[in-house]
Design a protein around this ligand. Structure first.
Ligand code: FAD
Length: 460
């Protein structure tokens, strides 16, 4: 690569220094580094972040800026359409090369393609890398050359090839750019809630940033991996990794997780070894969600199974929707999950399935409204996993639970929270007069949902 100009590294969903292939390549070029993050709320089709995600982003950018600073670098912040911001910044610092790790949404890819042509036309080299997924979605193909819509053969195809590469080490210094670069003060972006400040529970539950992601992974592998397969479905056990928001923002890469898990597996035997496989398979579901998003860019809004377009959703019951959102449905496990979500910005996977099923199949409310609520309230709100999860529960998605599988929240509670520990943590008034009566009859609404499904069954 020719020229003496700096290398621009555009951070996006990869807010880390270790195992960051774009940063590694820029450092190998040996010129000063200009690191930038762009808050793009304007490019057509790019989904605006939800409230909890904005809160996370503030913490994550603060952590990234500190890490860069410690090594001699600096993080430049810009807000606006990414195309304008990157082209302008590259020109103003005289960058000879621009590096980034890939994104997989259609709108984001279009933005990246336009930027690449703009830069190339101006003589600036651009290079993109695989940093967020173990398997690039287009590289995994069926025997006929198509994409997968069922998880098991997808994951078999992924794991049949060479194992994921080893992670790149973290840099020990960043050659800074000597010139002045204007940068927005992070506080000007107003990512944190103020009036009211609803983020106290999030602050208590989470510490955004690469360092805390690494600590979580270490603790999980040391203390919980061996029990994961047996206890991952029990929300009171806190046995899962809690890495999802860190993965969402790329504070840790799946390559780091894969390799560290494989190293830990060596010291395990019997069931505990299977536990490691089970954990990596869950990471595989994240890969599958992205494979499905890449091949179906409208995943968040359009049923993957077209027969669901004719689903006879009744007129929206706003009060029922509000009761669900606020955790006041009178169904204890559902309320526990929805309150956990509001307080901490997260919810255990088993309970995500139960609360989603209740919204769709007991309240007969369109899955898209649930997906939007999760998008706004989850710190791990993910453009692939969130709509994928909702369509899975709705039965309209890829490799989805059949529609007629209606989770019974009371049986689910008996099975996965047998002592009511999780429920009591989140719904302290459960079992007292202060707790509301159920807003619907589970049996009746289940029958109504199955009746509605009968109307679309067999339609294509
Ligand atoms: P672990 O059990 O420790 O799993 C490790 C990692 O594997 C997770 O961090 C996650 O990246 C991935 N993973 C695990 N389960 C799944 C899954 N079912 N689908 C995709 N990836 C998975 N996950 C998100 O990251 N963002 C979302 O917005 C999101 N929305 C969801 C909505 C619904 C309706 C449902 C049913 C699931 C959703 N999930 C989502 C998947 C899953 O619930 C979370 O990834 C998981 O609860 C995160 O906890 P953990 O990090 O402790 O997971």
């Amino acid at each position: 690569m020719s020229g003496d100009g700096p290398s621009l590294v555009w951070f996006r969903d990869d807010l880390r220094l270790a195992d960051n292939p774009a940063l590694t390549a820029a450092l190998e070029r040996g010129k000063p580094i200009v690191a930038v993050y762009v808050l793009d709320e304007e490019s057509p089709g790019v989904r605006p972040l939800g409230g909890a995600a904005r809160w996370w982003l503030h913490g994550s950018l603060t952590a990234l800026a500190d890490s860069l600073h410690r090594l001699g670098g600096r993080l430049t912040l810009r807000r606006g359409p990414a195309e304008d911001m990157i082209l302008e910044l590259a020109a103003s610092v005289g960058a000879d090369a621009v590096f980034w790790n890939r994104r997989y949404g259609a709108a984001e890819r279009e933005v990246d393609t336009r930027i690449k042509s703009g830069l190339t036309a101006g003589g600036t080299e651009t290079r993109s890398f695989s940093g967020s997924l173990l398997f690039e979605p287009w590289t995994i193909q069926t025997g006929q050359g198509g994409s997968y819509s069922v998880f098991t053969p997808f994951w078999r195809a992924c794991t049949a090839g060479p194992p994921p590469r080893a992670p790149h080490p973290a840099p020990d210094s960043i050659p800074g750019f000597a010139g002045e670069i204007p940068s927005d003060p992070l506080d000007d972006w107003a990512l944190l809630p103020t009036r009211p400040d609803w983020a106290a529970g999030l602050r208590e539950a989470w510490q955004p940033g690469e360092a805390s992601a690494g600590r979580l992974l270490e603790t999980f592998l040391r203390e919980s991996l061996d029990r994961y397969a047996d206890e991952r479905d029990e929300p009171a056990q806190a046995v899962t990794s809690r890495l999802s928001p860190h993965l969402r923002w790329g504070e840790i890469s799946p390559f780091q997780i894969w390799n560290a898990t494989e190293r830990t597996r060596i010291g395990l035997t019997g069931r505990a070894q299977n536990s490691a496989t089970r954990f990596l398979t869950e990471v595989g579901w994240r890969e599958f969600s992205y494979h499905v998003l890449f091949n179906n860019p409208t995943l968040a809004t359009v049923n993957l199974r077209p027969e669901f377009d004719a689903f006879p959703w009744p007129r929206l019951d706003e009060r029922a929707l509000a009761a669900w959102q606020q955790g006041r449905t009178g169904i204890a496990l559902v309320d526990a999950g929805m309150r956990e979500l509001w307080r901490t910005g997260s919810m255990h996977n088993r309970v995500r399935m139960v609360t989603a099923s209740f919204l769709i199949k007991n309240l007969l409310i369109d899955w898209r409204l649930g997906e939007q609520w999760f998008w706004d309230t989850l710190v791990d709100a993910d453009a692939a996993s969130n709509p994928f999860g909702w369509q899975w529960v709705a039965g309209s998605g890829a490799d989805a639970a059949p529609y007629f599988r209606v989770f019974n929240p009371e049986l689910q509670a008996k099975k996965f929270d047998p002592h009511g520990e999780y429920i009591r943590q989140n719904v302290p008034e459960w079992g007292t007069d202060a707790y509301p009566a159920p807003i619907v009859d589970l049996g009746e609404t289940r029958r109504a949902a199955l009746g509605a499904y009968e109307q679309i069954k067999g339609m294509k």
